[in-house]
Design a protein around this ligand. Structure first.
Ligand SMILES: *Cc1c(COP(=O)(O)O)cnc(C)c1O
Ligand code: SF4
Length: 372
């Protein structure tokens, strides 16, 4: 398969809106295409320089969500390069969560015994400015081929402890249906694998790509979970709603991960609306809220952990349990994702605890257990 994954597939297959191939073609695919957009001279200059570090791409329908009169539009900030992206701080990392150190085989990361990340492509429908994998996407950059994944499949076959295969990348749903069917068939032939997980921004940024043919390519023996990546309620539209409906009706479990981004979604009102609408309108359970990792040139988008915890505490008070994500930090050096939700326990004296309730009052809980 060629490097240009997004150009593959039969034209005309769509979920009812503009054919997705047109949506990609009419969007931004490189720096030159930015000329069509009403950017500031500063943004244009930054884009030229930033493109060398992280490619530029966004479908037209996603760009159409931007209010160009607002320099701080939350969708604009996710896809249009800013000059600050070029400012690297001491301590930032090329590979923030050590995907490479835990990669025994090309295109695969194995950090937790029972699950692996598999990278069928290093290309995406959109290039998010904050992506923690941006340096791999730039330096590796390759698309899908069956041969490129064969060693990774052999590795999974020889590790019976692996139960979940997580397709990530790059964006797996940027691949043609034929490639998805091939990958799904290869994974489900490995008997010990139970669940196929797909981490994707396609339902958000290119919802017309989600079609009945696509879900058919993914259906088979395995339980399928699609983990979407919505960062703002403004990304929830009739088209994304339709894409999620197709995925839900296919019987897939839908979860969402959000990256906490300063200036984009770091207020409790924005997160509340996002999490509420994800669950109630899209049927997508908020799974993780990721604290900003140490990707280079992203200091301007990171909040402090204390600020994140204050947001999450208020969110928990406002929204039901199913609408609440877990706030996590993916530790450097491959330490894994650790929950960093605020603690409600304020003191412990033997078996007596003090907890702060949602009403702000401290309450005592004395443990009563029967000793064996
Ligand atoms: C995030 C991640 C996973 C998935 O973790 P969950 O907590 O199960 O969602 C698996 N492997 C690696 C290497 C990861 O970074
Ligand atoms: S779609 Fe995912 S992998 Fe691709 S640039 Fe965005 S965050 Fe990174």
């Amino acid at each position: 398969m060629s490097e240009r994954d997004m150009s593959m597939g039969s034209p005309g297959k769509t979920n009812g809106t503009v054919p997705w191939q047109d949506d990609c073609r009419d969007g931004v695919r490189n720096v030159r295409d930015l000329d069509r957009l009403p950017l500031s001279p500063q943004e244009r200059a930054a884009a030229e320089a930033a493109a060398a570090i992280h490619k530029i791409r966004a479908p037209k329908s996603y760009l159409d969500l931007i209010d160009w009169d607002n320099a701080a539009d939350p969708i604009r900030l996710q896809v249009i390069p800013s000059p600050e992206e070029l400012e690297f701080d001491e301590g930032e990392l090329v590979d923030p969560i050590a995907d490479h150190a835990f990669s025994p085989i090309p295109r695969l990361t194995h950090r937790h015994a029972d699950r692996v990340l598999l990278y069928p492509t290093y290309q995406c429908a959109v290039y998010c400015r904050f992506c923690f994998r941006k340096e791999s996407l730039t330096s590796i950059g390759r698309g899908y081929s069956r041969e490129a994944l064969e060693a990774a499949f052999a590795y999974i076959e020889s590790h019976p402890e692996i139960r979940e295969v997580i397709l990530t990348g790059g964006d797996p749903l940027s691949l043609p249906d034929k490639a998805l069917a091939e990958i799904r068939a290869r994974v489900e032939a490995i008997e010990h694998v139970r669940l196929l997980r797909i981490h994707t921004r396609v339902p958000v940024v290119l919802p017309s790509r989600v079609t009945d043919e696509m879900v058919a390519a993914l259906q088979g023996r395995l339980m399928v979970t699609v983990v979407t990546h919505f960062n703002h309620a403004r990304e929830i539209t009739p088209a994304t709603e339709q894409a999620c409906r197709i995925l839900r009706h296919a019987g897939f479990v839908l979860l969402n991960q959000t990256v906490l981004l300063k200036g984009v979604n770091d207020t409790v009102d924005v997160l509340e609306e996002l999490c509420r609408e994800l669950m109630y309108r899209l049927g997508v359970k908020p799974y993780y809220l990721h604290h900003g990792d140490l990707a280079r040139g992203m200091a301007h988008r990171r909040t402090t952990i204390a600020d994140g915890q204050a947001l999450v505490r208020e969110l928990r008070a406002r929204l039901s349990g199913i609408c609440n994500p877990v706030y996590v930090l993916d530790l450097p050096e491959g330490g894994g994702k650790v929950p960093i939700n605020p603690s409600y326990a304020e003191a412990q004296d033997g078996s007596t605890w003090q907890f702060r309730g949602h009403d702000g009052k401290l309450r005592t809980y004395a443990e009563i257990v029967r000793e064996p």
